[in-house]
Design a protein around this ligand. Structure first.
Ligand code: NAD
Ligand code: MLT
Length: 582
């Protein structure tokens, strides 16, 4: 069996690629197209024999390693403790890298990553990975959302209870030979208010457990509807209200521009005296200097921290305070969570490297399986319309994509847009263009993008129109999918057509005068270029006509020049679509 390489980073390309068929794969419009099951994409392409190498940086639970090691096609290296310098030095040998939170995959590391296809994060937060730099290089970044949520939520509960009843401090005191009952009088959780910032996967589990302990739970999450919070038994409030009402505040958001230092001096000043703060999310959500100040003053009665701005937090004054409970980023460190994230990322990486299946990518849009069945032929159409325009109109300054028709109305359009862009840029760029880096490459080339959808019925159930403006002027190409999945170019500028979007084609525009078609046929015959089929159209005024001529092999430049010598011929362009037809 030939080695299988993922197709997403440079899927259907002109050339002699052979496409393998997986049990899930489907042919549409002549080329192998991704098939989605359970929100995943599958792309396939076969190539020569070469082991796919995976570098596992921060250790991995044996159950995940066993999955990777179970494939003969995969070679897995698990160095004991790899330094940042070693990662940089070795990354060029690998097709995939798996990290937890210790190893940073920076832009500098990625510059060396010439064969890297995927970065797997065995965990949730991807803040140790430069996702933008990875996207620019067409490298997929995937994580395992939720796989360690239970562990992190339960750890948060452990932190809340530890804080409330001084468990770690009392343990330490006893180990030092004391019996200090008065010193460690705690507080009950019953009817105390827990304020949750970030009501996502972990925040929701924490809420559920806290409600079971009869706490009053309020939450601030601007991205969750109050109705959705209410279903969980949680009252949705503003940040200020949460700060003012909470006895315990726990953080469960990702680190973003809005959440970084959300617990700062100003917000701490709005909290109740005696409040307790728990952070098991990300260190930079808290201004540690401000927290230190408020803990020292006693306004904040205690803090429980699992994560730190710098890890480990060497020399942090927080380590010295009695009213602080600390754990070394242990939120996800349960046996079950480690096995879970490890198995999840291992199968995601193997599926991607071996079959091109994409799950949980953070830099690629996902499509649910139901939509995917409908969108699949339109993805092929989008790629081909983009490619057609890229070949006949480059360099392009502006790209406008319009989606119309009832079938497209309910489908996710972002993957289609990325596919048009990929099609547009792929024929003209030497560098690798794929669905991950296509939008960035478009921006880098200062190409303006406008994507819109209209409910207007275009006469087809679904139509994609790709308009480009470039140095050569403007061009508009519209296509549709006929029943049975046949792709058709139905409009090219002012011409109405029904041309196939396959293989090698010539577009010949001419004055609508007798004898021109005969001349085209004879001239191509003189250069031994065989015509497979031809679609003709003309303007309503009948002054100009167009011929889309499918040919069996590429026409040499001399044949194109010879066609251009005829006085009735206005323009001749050649374009090539998909490998399957060549
Ligand atoms: P999630 O994506 O399911 O939930 C995050 C929630 O934060 C979402 O509901 C989102 O709407 C909300 N949010 C985003 N911006 C916000 C803002 N400005 N204000 C308030 N809420 C906002 O993520 P999750 O799986 O629940 O993970 C939460 C955090 O926990 C992440 O930072 C993750 O990296 C961290 N984590 C830590 C550990 C650990 O070992 N300590 C383990 C797992 C996850
Ligand atoms: C995560 O984001 O998943 C956590 O930080 C857990 C970890 O990787 O240790």
């Amino acid at each position: 069996m030939p080695e299988i390489y993922p197709c997403l980073p440079d899927f259907p390309k002109r050339g002699n690629n052979s496409f393998l068929k997986s049990p899930h794969s489907v042919r549409a419009g002549g080329i192998q197209w991704p098939f989605v099951r359970c929100g995943v994409w599958i792309f396939l392409r076969a190539k020569g024999r070469k082991a796919l190498k995976i570098l596992v940086c921060d250790g991995m639970h044996e159950s995940g390693l066993a999955i990777l090691q179970g494939f003969r096609e995969l070679q897995v290296d698990v160095p004991e403790q790899i330094s940042p310098l070693e990662v940089k030095e070795r990354i060029s040998q690998y097709d995939a890298v798996v990290v937890r939170s210790r190893t940073r995959i920076t832009a500098e590391v990625l510059r060396e990553a010439c064969r890297l296809k995927v970065i797997g994060r065995a965990g949730t937060g991807v803040d140790n990975i430069d996702v933008q730099a990875a996207s620019a290089r067409g490298i997929l970044v995937m994580n395992t959302p939720g796989a360690n949520a239970m562990a992190a939520a339960e750890h948060t509960l452990a932190m809340i209870l530890s804080l409330a009843r001084h468990v770690p401090q009392a343990t330490q005191s006893m180990k030092e030979g004391r019996w200090e009952k008065k010193r460690f009088v705690g507080t009950e959780l019953f009817h105390q208010t827990l304020g949750i910032i970030g009501l996502g996967k972990i925040g929701s589990i924490v809420a559920d457990r806290a409600i079971a302990m009869k706490m009053d739970v309020i939450a601030y999450d601007p991205h969750i509807l109050p109705e959705a919070a209410a279903i969980l038994g949680v009252e949705s409030v503003s940040l200020d209200e949460l700060l003012a009402r909470s006895d315990f505040i726990t953080l469960h958001t990702p680190s973003t521009a809005e959440t970084r230092r959300i617990i700062n001096r100003e917000n701490l000043a709005k909290t109740k005296p005696g409040v307790r703060i728990i952070n098991c999310a990300r260190g930079d959500l808290v201004d540690e200097d401000a927290l230190h100040e408020f803990l020292r003053s006693g306004h904040v009665a205690g803090a429980a921290l699992d994560v730190f701005a710098q890890e480990p937090p060497k020399g942090s004054p927080l380590l010295k305070l009695d009213n602080v409970v600390l754990t070394p980023h242990l939120g996800a460190s349960s046996i079950q969570a480690q096995a879970n994230v490890s198995r999840t990322i291992a199968s995601q990486i193997a599926d991607y490297l071996l079959y091109g299946i994409i799950r949980n990518a953070v830099n690629f849009p996902s499509i649910n399986p139901k939509d995917y069945e409908k969108i699949r032929p339109y993805l092929v159409l989008a790629e081909r319309l983009g490619s057609l325009q890229g070949q006949i109109c480059s360099p392009v300054q502006r790209l406008e994509i319009e989606y119309s028709g009832s079938e497209l109305e309910t489908l996710p359009l972002q993957p289609l847009t990325q596919t048009v862009i990929k099609g547009l840029l792929d024929p003209v760029l030497a560098e690798k263009v794929n669905l991950v880096n296509a939008p960035l490459l478009l921006r880098e080339r200062q190409i303006e993008l406008l994507a819109s959808s209209t409910s207007e019925a275009p006469g087809y159930t679904g139509m994609i129109t790709v308009r480009v403006r470039g140095k050569k002027g403007e061009s508009s190409a519209a296509g549709t999918v006929f029943p049975g999945g046949e792709l058709r170019l139905v409009r090219l500028n002012n011409y109405r057509l029904e041309a196939e979007l396959e293989g090698i084609n010539l577009i010949v525009q001419n004055l609508d005068k007798p004898g021109t078609i005969g001349f085209i046929g004879t001239t191509l015959g003189n250069f031994n270029v065989n015509i497979a089929n031809m679609h003709l159209s003309r303007t309503p005024q009948r002054d100009r006509a167009i011929a889309i001529i499918r040919i069996d092999e590429e026409a040499p430049q001399e044949a194109l020049d010879a066609l251009r010598t005829h006085p009735n011929i206005v323009s001749v362009e050649q374009f090539k679509l998909n490998a399957g037809a060549q």
